[in-house]
Ligand binder design. Structure first.
Ligand code: F6R
Length: 253
């Protein structure tokens, strides 16, 4: 465990350990503030975390009835019923399995073709909820957070992103072939993320080791989007041994 004033790094042995620790932090947030606003992420990394939360809900230890959520992103052009949409992912992976009220969940509308309208609408939703109490983040192999790709301006709020070739390639594993991966997405911006009261970043596997090292110990630069988190005053990183391997090799943890 590394701790300075603002960043805590918790090591887990493996993916399951990371998932349990992350779920513990989210669970504590819900217990301490039952109507907490949670910023949520999709992708492979949070699946185990969500499974653990569902398990505690089923045991009667967690109540989502007042929880409000706002997701980071959605592919532009995908219907919420499309199996690859993030709306569908959230519904099947978490929302349908706990007692959260659908009206309290928010995801950008991938079907909205008026980009300006959708970005303004989503920003208004986030602001109307007040600050996000706890923002859960995964990290891309290129250190993106949400779909804030390298060299995107730090001061952006919700915007429409052209996905980088690296992200299209990484996410192709969820689609039948790479050509099916949407080229654009709606994403909350770095500014929205940085306005969250607390941030919980989770990472697992060797493919994230470089991104994690550069984000925590490298220079703060838009070419490494997650490096901005060094400027946030309450960040917890929960990562497994593989994701922390470069940091550990360098003796930084
Ligand atoms: C997902 C998101 C992305 C992912 C990142 C890691 O909502 O915003 O930033 O967190 O691409 O994805 P996985 O977890 O699939 O490695």
């Amino acid at each position: 465990m590394k701790e300075d004033d603002t960043m805590l790094i918790c090591t887990a042995n493996d993916y399951n350990g990371m998932s349990r620790k992350a779920a513990n932090i989210i669970s504590a947030q819900i217990i301490m503030k039952p109507n907490a606003v949670l910023g949520l992420a999709t992708g492979s990394t949070p699946i185990g975390t969500y499974l653990q939360l569902i398990n505690w809900y089923e045991k009667g230890d967690l109540d989502f009835s007042f929880v409000r959520t706002v997701n980071l992103d959605e592919y532009k052009g995908l219907d919420p019923n499309n199996l690859q949409s993030y709306a569908y992912f959230m519904k099947t992976t978490l929302f349908d399995q706990v007692n959260i009220r659908p009206v309290n969940t928010n995801i950008p509308n991938g079907l909205e073709t008026d980009i300006d309208f959708e970005c303004k609408r989503y920003n208004t939703v986030i602001k109307s909820l007040g600050d996000i109490d706890l923002q859960l983040l995964g990290i891309g192999t290129n250190a993106h957070i949400g779909f804030n790709e390298p060299n995107s301006a730090f001061e952006k709020e919700t915007h429409c992103v052209k996905l980088s070739p690296n992200t299209i390639e990484s996410n192709a594993r969820f689609f039948e072939n790479e050509d099916d991966v949407p080229r654009f997405a709606y994403s909350t911006g770095i500014k929205n993320i940085m306005q969250s009261k607390k941030i919980l970043l989770i990472a697992s596997g060797k493919s994230k080791a470089d991104a994690l090292y550069n984000s925590i110990f490298g220079p703060i630069t838009p070419s490494v989007p997650a490096s901005i988190l060094q400027l946030h005053n309450n960040v917890t990183i929960v990562a497994d041994e593989d994701a922390l391997s470069i940091i550990k090799e360098k003796g930084l943890l």
